[in-house]
Design a protein around this ligand. Sequence first.
Ligand code: 13P
Ligand code: SF4
Length: 307
Amino acid sequence: WPAYAPLIHAINTLKKERNAVILAHNYMTPEIFHGVGDIMGDSLALAQKAAETDADVIVQAGVHFMAETAKILSPEKTVLIPDMRAGCSLAASITGEDVALIKKKYPDLPIVTYVNTSADVKAESDVCCTSGNAVQVVEWAAREWGTDTVIMIPDEYLARNVAANTDIRILSWKGACEVHERFTAEDVDALREAHPGVIVLTHPESPASVVKAADFAGSTAAMAAWVRDNKPAKAVLLTECSMSDNVSVGQAETQFIRPCNLCPHMKRISLQNIYDALRYNRHAVEVDPELARRAKVSLDRMLALPR
Ligand code: 13P
Ligand code: SF4
């Protein structure tokens, strides 16, 4: 059985010595999330808090685009990611050159870009969004640009799910999250049959048919809040597996049912490599300053919207 306590103690000691904070996404395993996380939450909360912290060092317990976002928002800080290979299928689905071509084809339409993208993609975009504010950002962009059509990249499923909640017409891209695209409406039907009364929650990166069949869809923070507020007797979180592990802590009223899917990128982060990151100052995330300046415009527009 892994000995978590000595590593948790060593990490918490190193954090104090280095004036460091650990940003832990909701998909981190519980020993990371509950054991060493300082700022926990969804992509939106992590971006907001990365911009506000006065720590000298940020360790991103999450994936590369999150660390890059933290570096763009806090260029003077050391931003570390414990494993450089922690990528994302959405971020890998599109490049800055792709966005430049889209812009050339549709020069009058705003480009709303999911934060699950690289800095060069953000730099070519007009405004960022997360799953927690996507409808708000799309409606803001349509108003600002005086248009009824918005380009939203790169998650095709998120774009469709946003389109179902707004009158704005949305053009999208063919990216998908490898965790959420695998759920089906048949999974939801089978769960309801096997577990009568079960409440099904999912993420808007899932196909529209899954969102339609579920009881609730929202960002990871919104799913956690829904379960905490409504305390269902039985719930299934059709998302990454660590979600229900983390939400179940302190929620004895709810029986959490599987299935779930693992994100291989999130799962590259461990207590051991978080310790190594702080101890050996690795792996520092750097963004070219001019690229960061342009990407920050898109992030700042999102962060300036009312919370
Ligand atoms: P949120 O935490 O913003 O809902 O994002 C989910 C996700 O897949 C992040 O990689
Ligand atoms: Fe990317 Fe999906 Fe993994 Fe999030 S869960 S990092 S969107 S592949």
